[in-house]
Design a protein around this ligand. Structure first.
Ligand code: USQ
Length: 382
């Protein structure tokens, strides 16, 4: 399959590109280094340096014998994206090319506007260039479980059958996000749904929970192939942060009561899910929505597991509840369905103590590089 990866330099995009290439697909990775630039601008550098995209592809070719084509450019630039899609003629596009941080999007007007423009325009352009050059192409869009928020009813997979005054219809499940970033993902879904039902696009929207991990079969081949691993308050996701804090001897930063519950998944399972979606495309004119996570945890459950496993490795891990910089429920009902990817064949890598110990050990090798000044929250919702 010819697979175009937008955002191919990112925490998820780069391992995805390598995984598709390793499995024999023709891969083209595109990125404009937005996340690298924003991380530099906000002093949120990852735990270790990663080579730029062309260099990473060279290293991967030397290690695996597999090629990945790449281009540096902006998906919110219509001409650029149009040229790429016309020339490569992808059968599937995996769209990660978005500003991925909720805290960044809540920093102020400039950051909110950048997030809105970048995320919505990239999706909008992708829709148009696919319709123009590759209308059969399957768009695999990374959405987020955060689109649903934390409603007081079960979260279904994308859709809800509503009965109103004796009549029934299936609608997109109600969405109510907790940050501007998450709201841009809702707008993406609305755009995709409009173009699917009007122009017959073929789309999978993957509602992904927070991802953790550092290891995939390809990343493990060479230190220079590792994904960018953020542990700061802006670009780091919660479990990656807790693991780094445990190694650094910084008390784990549980926001508020720690009852915030989300669906989590291992980086390895992001790759599996995206590849399962690509291998099982929906029909034209179908918007398929899959909830992409494997296990639900509260922040406090994650903190307790990191404390216990860290201690077993000789780290003295402490837990600190700090004032929540976000506006979110800290104690709430959460029960999200996630059976469709399992039906497609997903074999989850669960968060066992062994998996966590391996992560702590890997991060421990870089302990000297941890900058403790970028751990406490620097962005408040209000
Ligand atoms: N949290 C803490 N302490 C920390 C960091 C986070 O208690 O030091 C809490 C947050 O308040 C939140 C939960 O942990 O309740 C998850 O936070 P997160 O930073 O891991 O995840 P989030 O900001 O929601 O965003 C991340 C990715 C985003 C993706 C999303 C999936 O950055 O790209 O879309 O996870 S989801 O959360 O399901 O929407």
């Amino acid at each position: 399959m010819r697979v175009l990866i937008l955002g191919g330099d990112g925490y998820l995009g780069w391992p995805t590109a390598m995984s598709f290439a390793a499995n024999g697909h023709d891969v083209f990775a595109v990125d404009n280094y937005l996340r690298r630039n924003l991380a530099r601008e906000t002093c949120s550098e990852p735990l270790f340096d990663t080579p730029n995209l062309p260099k990473r592809t060279e290293i991967f070719r030397a290690v695996s014998g597999k090629g990945i084509d790449s281009a540096i450019g902006d998906c919110s630039d219509h001409e650029f994206l149009s040229r790429i899609v016309r020339d490569f003629s992808p059968e599937a596009v995996v769209h990660y090319a978005e500003q991925p941080s909720a805290p960044y999007s809540m920093r102020g007007h400039r950051e909110a506007r950048l997030t809105l423009e970048n995320n919505v325009l990239a999706t909008f352009n992708l829709i148009h260039v696919v319709l123009e050059h590759s209308p059969e192409c399957h768009i695999i869009k990374l959405g987020t479980m955060g689109e649903y928020g934390t409603p007081n009813i079960d979260i279904e997979e994308g859709w809800l059958e509503v009965t109103h005054k004796g009549r029934k219809q299936k609608f997109l499940y109600p969405r109510q996000a907790g940050s501007l970033y998450h709201t841009t993902k809702i707008l993406d879904t609305d755009l995709l749904w409009f173009y699917v039902r009007t122009f017959g696009l073929r789309v999978t929207d993957l509602m992904q929970g927070p991802v953790y991990g550092i290891s995939t079969p390809e990343c493990d081949c060479d230190e220079k192939l590792l994904p960018n691993f953020h542990y700061d308050d802006i670009f780091g996701t919660v479990l990656n942060r807790f693991v780094t804090q445990a190694v650094a001897g910084v008390p784990l930063t549980m926001y508020g009561k720690g009852g915030q519950t989300r669906g989590y998944l291992n980086l390895k399972d992001t790759l599996q899910c995206v590849e399962l979606a690509a291998g099982n495309p929906p029909a034209r004119g179908e918007l398929r929505i899959l909830n992409q996570f494997t296990e639900q945890f509260s922040v406090s459950q994650l903190a307790q597991q990191v404390t216990r496993v860290g201690a077993s490795l000789g780290y003295e891990v402490q837990l600190q509840s700090i004032a929540n910089p976000r506006k979110e429920a800290e104690d709430h009902y959460y029960n999200a369905q996630h059976s469709e990817l399992l039906k497609l064949g997903l074999r989850p890598h669960l968060l066992t103590d062994e998996v966590l110990a391996d992560m702590i050990t890997k991060v421990g090798r870089y302990s000297a590089k941890i900058d403790k000044s970028i751990i406490m929250p620097r962005v408040r919702w209000s």
